[in-house]
Design a protein. Structure first.
Length: 92
């Protein structure tokens, strides 16, 4: 399926490219995530909660956080034509 690695730090929208890996929005958590979310502050820029901040809290609390590399193609679905292009890629 893919490779895994243990994470030490999660960066939401880094200012510069660290590597060619990005999150795809698929997560699997146990119940400890709810405590981390309760302790997650809102961001100054958008006044939102970021799941990456909650994940960082889990890391700092000593929980094992892993990432799994599973995506072979990066497809951004913004407009209807993007969906057609992604379907064409999948059919190859």
């Amino acid at each position: 399926m893919g490779t895994t690695s243990n994470e030490k730090k999660v960066i939401e929208k880094p200012g510069y490219l660290v590597h060619n890996i990005k999150g795809c929005g698929l997560y699997l958590f146990d119940l400890h995530i709810f405590d981390a979310i309760r302790r997650t502050p809102r961001t100054a820029m958008r006044d939102e909660y970021e799941i990456t901040d909650s994940i960082q809290i889990l890391i700092e609390d000593g929980f094992l956080v892993k990432q799994l590399t599973i995506v072979k193609e990066d497809v951004n679905l913004t407009v209807p034509d993007d969906l057609i292009k992604s379907n064409m890629w999948m059919l190859k």
